[in-house]
Design a binder for this molecule. Sequence first.
Ligand code: PNW
Length: 453
Amino acid sequence: MTLHLPDGPALEFGAATASYQIEGATTEDGRGVSIWDTFAATPGATRDGRDGSVACDSYHRYAEDAALVADLGAGWYRFSVAWPRIVPAGIGAVESRGLDYYDRLVDALLERGVTPTGTFYHWDLPQPLEDAGGWLQRDTAYAFADYATLVHDRLGDRVKVWATLNEPWCAAYLGYAAGVHAPGRREGGKAHRAAHHLMLGHGLVAEALHAAGSQDVGIVLNLAPIWPEPGTPELAADGVDAVRNRVWLDPLIDGAYDDGLLRVAPELADPELVREGDLDLIKGSADWLGVNYYTPVRPGPVTPTPAGEERHPETDAYPGVDPVTFHVREPRTHIGWEVEPAGLEELLLETHKRTGLPIVVTENGAAYADDTVEGGVVQDADRVAYLRSHIEATERARDAGADIRGYIVWTLLDNFEWAEGYTKFFGIVHVDPDTQDRTPKASYRWLQQRLKG
Ligand code: PNW
C-alpha cells in the first residue's frame, strides 16, 4: 500500500517541469556539467543551436513558479532534481548549495499549499559519469542510488512521493542508439545495456528508499499503445512493443525479460550484464507507475523509397527491431505528433490490467505554434482542446476501473524542449524569451476555472 499517493474520489491535478528545461543557472552554486550542457553545445544537436543555460531562470524565479501552480488550483507540482547540482562529479563530493535550492523550492510549494513530487533523473547525467561510459556502465546505477539517497535524506521529510527515472526509453534509446538526445551516441544494441542499467538504478533507489521507510517510490515511463498499420509484419510490431513498453514493465512486474524481447535485444541474455539478483531487485520495486502520454505509435511495413533504399532512421531508436516506418495520422500538433485521446484511454486500461499498480498520468500536453495575444491573454485554443479531450480520456479509463490517481499537465512553462530547443512550446504559461516574464495562457485559465470553479 502506498501512504501518500492521493486516493480521493476525484483525480488530483498537477503541473510538471524538469530541471534542465527550466532552471538555467547552469554554472551557479557549484553545479557540475551535465550531458545536456555538453550535447546542446554540439553544433546541430538542437534545432536552434540553443541550450538550457538560461531557460526560464527558475533557479531564481522558483517562488513565482510555485505561486503559479498554487493559483492554478493544482494540488501537485512535479519537479526533477539536477544530479550535477547535488553531486557535481557524479560521485563523491556533495554540493550543499544544490540541496539548499531544492529545499527552498519545496518550502515555497508547501507554504502555498502545493504538494511537491520529485523525480531523481530527468536526463541530466553528470558529464564525468558519461566520460566513464555513462549508462553503458554498471557503476552508473550505483552512483545514481547514492545520489538519490542523499536527496531523499534531505527532502524526504517533506517530499513523500518520488519517481526514480523519467522516460528511460528516451535516456537509453534516443541517447545511446538514435543519438538525438544526450549523450548523442549511436551505439545500436548497446542501448539495451543502458536500458538494463537504468532499471538497475531504479531498483537500487527503490530498495534504499524503502529501507528508509518510503512507501511511495514510482517510475515514470513513456509507454505507448502500439497500433500497427495493415501489412506490418507481426514480429516487427512485437519488437516495437518490446523496446517501448515491455523492456520496462516485464522486469518490474515479472522480474524477467521475455522471449520476444530477447529476440530483439540478445544483449539482455548476457549474464555479465543482467547479473544474478538484478531482476529480483527490480521485480515489485515500484509502488506506483507514472505514465507519460502524447501520441500513439503506428509501425507500418517498410516501403522502398524512390531511390530503392530502405533507410528509415526512426528505427535507430529501436535497435534489433526489424525495420518499420512510423506513421503519423492527422491531426498533428506543432511538434508533428498525432492527436489521439483514445490512445491514452486504451493505454491506461491496458497498463492497469498489466500492472495492477496505482497510476498517475505524469505528463500529457501539446506543443502548438498558433498562440496569439489578445486582451493580455495568450490564446491557445488548440491546447485547451487537447487537454480537455485527454483529461476526459483519463476519466473514462478511471470510470472503467483503472486505478488512476492523478493527471499532471506537461508543462507549467514554455521551456527548453530538448532537441527542439526553443522552437516548440508545451507550456500553459508563456515565458518571454528575453525577460523570462511569465504570462498565463488561456489553457491555464481554462484549467484554473475547472480546478477552482
Ligand atoms: C518527454 N520523442 O520528452 C519529456 O519527459 C519532457 O521532458 C518533454 O518536454 C516532453 O516529453 C515533450 O517532448 C520526450 O522524440 C521527448 O519521442 C522526445 C520524445 C519523447 C518524449
